[in-house]
Ligand binder design. Structure first.
Ligand code: BG6
Ligand code: MG
Length: 211
């Protein structure tokens, strides 16, 4: 008898490779602000909310105090406008390897599924990918005060699905996300990042990994 009743998926970098577009848009914004960022710095932006990502970039360039909250909001919106252009042509072909088969496997086993993403663009991206209907619950980050690495997004996800932390598994590609799962006491599968179970890619996801 399986104890896992639910799986909570991160979106960017787990279901589809939008992480590269987030990086591209942030890199362009940082260039404009005269701040150098590279892929290694970008690792600490993964899973982090739009505003917090911008604040981290500004702090990295010692420029956090140079911008008012209103200017930060405007710059974050500007980055999002560029990001939305970059993801305009996303389709089902952009699902990461093994994801669709894994979703089908979970559905056939009546395991509940939720999205626990920090992204306000999540519903739109799921729609473009054609997989919206698999998910019984999508965390609305507009109502979440503390983003990852705080546990709030994942706690909201399990509450939305009506399962206990011990009955859920979370899938993440970001250090901030794994930390959030740990704080929520939900066991984790890390994709390219160390979790309770660690996988090199989504292609290895399958139901036998769930206890
Ligand atoms: C996370 C991404 O899923 O969502 C972050 O890993 C991103 O890079 C965050 O900053 C917020 O996304 P959005 O789409 O609301 O700007
Ligand atoms: Mg991610």
């Amino acid at each position: 008898m399986r104890t896992t009743k639910a799986v909570v998926f991160d979106l960017d970098g787990v279901i589809t490779d939008t992480a590269k577009y987030h990086y591209l848009a942030w890199k362009n914004m940082a260039d404009k602000l005269g701040i150098q960022i590279d892929e290694s710095f970008n690792e600490q932006l993964k899973g982090v909310s739009r505003i917090d990502s911008l604040k981290r970039i500004l702090a990295h360039g010692n420029k956090l105090d140079a911008y008012s909250p209103e200017e930060i909001e405007r710059l974050a919106n500007e980055k999002n406008e560029e990001y939305k252009v970059l993801i305009e042509d996303v389709t089902a072909a952009d699902l990461l390897p093994g994801i669709e088969a894994f979703l089908q496997e979970l559905k056939a086993a009546s395991i509940k599924m939720a999205i626990g993403s920090a992204s306000k663009n999540a519903p739109m991206i799921l729609e473009k990918l054609g997989i919206l209907d698999y998910f019984e619950y999508i965390v609305d980050v507009n109502h979440i005060v503390n983003g990852k690495p705080a546990p709030d997004i994942f706690l909201d996800a399990i509450q939305g699905l009506g399962v206990k932390a011990s009955e859920a598994v979370g899938i993440e590609d970001a250090e901030a996300g794994i930390e959030a799962l740990q704080k929520a006491q939900i066991s984790s599968i890390g994709i390219g990042v160390i979790g309770d179970t660690t996988l090199p890619s989504t292609a290895e996801l399958n139901i036998s990994l769930l206890s």
